[in-house]
Write a protein that binds this ligand. Sequence first.
Ligand code: SF4
Length: 65
Amino acid sequence: MRIRTHRDTCIGAGRCYLVAPELFDQRDDDATVVVLAEQVTGTGLDKAREAADECPTRTLYLTEE
Ligand code: SF4
């Protein structure tokens, strides 16, 4: 699965970095999300789903490709 973002809705809340720092970081200038590993499987996929669920603005989502 691939991690996608609606970047214009990210408010830099940081929930994704807290849940999965191996998958997400934040931009230095505005704290919005940076996806570190777009393709995820196994445990990484579980973490990506958890981060998407935690995101208050539904910025993160997963697609098949
Ligand atoms: S949890 Fe959502 S709103 Fe917060 S930084 Fe991550 S993607 Fe952006």
